[in-house]
Design a binder for this molecule. Structure first.
Ligand SMILES: *Cc1c(COP(=O)(O)O)cnc(C)c1O
Length: 471
């Protein structure tokens, strides 16, 4: 077993390993080449009865675990959305693990609660979130959206479902056909039934059609349903489409419906004043979620959840067993009442480290760089006759595909699936795909913490080379 002395030695070695790993990260395949079962096959069926040396454990980490990892921190990672880390974030996370605190209420770690409150307040004016909103840090956007939907459910039914369960309340929820699967999951979990999530049509930019939303609400009322909540996307997962908050907000207020804004990825761009227009009308909404654990250089998990009326949230989630009664209750923020889990990690620490280390300007500079690289990449696509943009690029996401004059639409789908396979198998870059209006589309997401222009130039050359081999 590690003791005081060997802990210190191993920790020093590990930090060196971590720094070297980041220096050499581009020598690893970006997408792991492991096949199903490759990892488990190499490991013993039963756990060790006697403790093993850390040396041996670490050797196995390097030789068995590491090859089975996809390198999300590689600057050649352009898949999904980034799950960024950064040097200050790693250091913060090390301290969080060292303190190992359970930050469920103020008394169990006053500094954790107050740092969380401070950061929520720091970010508000920067991101143009209304001054009278409050918020907290949650584990994921999925959980925050679930909390928003349950709050909407309780407010709409005067807290009767919390108390008595569903009693034939026919609640309806709305989002566009492009919104994230976490909305479907939330509606399933909160007991309304997936069939009561209405998927509203989108326009040519894949943003929700407000008139179609209002028509759906009107029809539901006529049919005896109770409209409960709308989820608007600021940056859909496929193409970063932005639903018009201002217009949707008017509709929600007219029908007394909760408006939750899912800005999980694109919300980070609100750190740039030039993107505040993405949430024009936000004061009409009730809640917003965004993930610093995607594009804001803070390692998973770290989700910021903003809410207009914290009273509704707390009334929905409050619990008060004897062992959690404290004398400070009511004077401090006890975040266990702000969402589903009781136990809470000290997530504010790493975000605080990141913000202080980068500075707001440092964060803004990096975001603007990423956006400019995406614009450069989009221009290359436009100027190359073998490729086309599938939809106007947004922020740092470019949706594009390979084209050839002689190939029919369905052959193009197949061709682009082969292209992405060839790129990812090379181990030199990793991209994922989406469907845009039925077309198989490659997504180039340029948001990794330490990505530079030359990485994008190299990946663009790689894409062209692989495409030439298929032509
Ligand atoms: C990533 C994402 C989510 C889910 O985020 P988690 O934190 O993994 O739950 C939800 N909505 C959008 C738009 C996303 O991009």
């Amino acid at each position: 077993m590690l003791d005081k002395k060997s802990f210190r030695e191993e920790a020093h070695k590990l930090v060196d390993w971590m720094a070297d790993f980041y220096d050499n990260i581009e020598t690893y395949p970006v997408k792991s080449k492991a096949r199903p079962g490759d990892v488990i096959r190499q490991l013993p069926k039963n756990p060790p009865i006697k403790g093993e040396s850390f040396d041996q454990v670490f050797k196995d980490f390097e030789s068995i675990i590491l090859p089975g990892m996809t390198q999300w921190q590689s600057p050649n990672f352009h898949a999904y959305f980034p799950a960024n880390s950064s040097y200050p974030s790693v250091l913060g996370e090390m301290l969080t693990a060292t303190l190992g605190a359970q930050c469920m209420i103020w008394e169990t770690s006053p500094a954790a609660a107050e740092l969380e409150e401070l950061i929520i307040n720091w970010l508000k004016p920067l991101m143009n979130i209304p001054a009278n909103w409050t918020g907290c840090i949650q584990d994921t956007a999925s959980t925050a959206t679930l909390a928003a939907m349950i709050s909407a459910r309780e407010q709409k039914t005067n807290w009767s479902i919390n108390q008595n369960g569903f009693d034939n309340q026919k609640l309806r929820f709305y989002c566009s056909s492009e919104t994230h699967s976490s909305i479907d999951k939330a509606i399933k979990v909160l007991g309304a039934g997936a069939a009561h999530l209405v998927k509203v049509d989108v326009d040519e930019h894949l943003a929700i059609l407000p008139a179609a939303l209002e028509a759906a609400i009107e029809k539901d009322i006529k049919d005896g349903f109770t409209p409960c909540a709308v989820v608007a996307a600021v940056g859909t997962t496929g193409t970063l489409a932005i639903d018009p908050i201002d217009t949707i907000g008017d509709i929600c207020n007219k029908y007394d419906v909760w408006l939750h804004v899912d800005a999980a990825y694109a919300g980070t761009a609100l750190m740039l004043p030039e993107y505040h227009s993405m949430i024009k009308g936000i004061e009409k909404a009730h809640s917003l979620v965004f993930n610093p654990h995607k594009w804001m250089f803070t390692n998973f998990d770290c989700t910021v959840y903003y809410i207009k009326d914290e009273g509704t949230l707390i009334k929905t989630f409050e619990i008060l067993p004897e062992y959690l009664k404290t004398s400070t209750r009511g004077h401090v923020k006890d975040y266990r009442d702000w969402g589903v889990p009781l136990g809470r990690r000290f997530r504010a620490l790493k975000l605080w480290f990141v913000i202080r280390d980068f500075g707001i300007e440092g964060i803004q500079t990096r975001l603007r760089e990423h956006i400019s690289y995406a614009q450069w990449f989009a221009n290359q696509v436009v100027e190359n006759e073998n490729f086309e943009l599938v939809i106007e690029p947004a922020l740092n996401v470019v949706c594009f595909r390979m084209t050839t004059p002689e190939k029919a639409e369905d052959q193009l789908d197949q061709l682009n699936a082969e292209l992405i396979g060839a790129i990812n198998d090379s181990g030199e870059a990793y991209l994922t795909h989406t469907k845009v209006n039925g077309k198989y589309t490659l997504r180039m997401v340029i948001g990794q913490t330490y990505v530079q222009k030359h990485h994008i130039e190299k990946t663009w050359r790689l894409i062209q080379n692989k495409a030439n081999l298929l032509n």
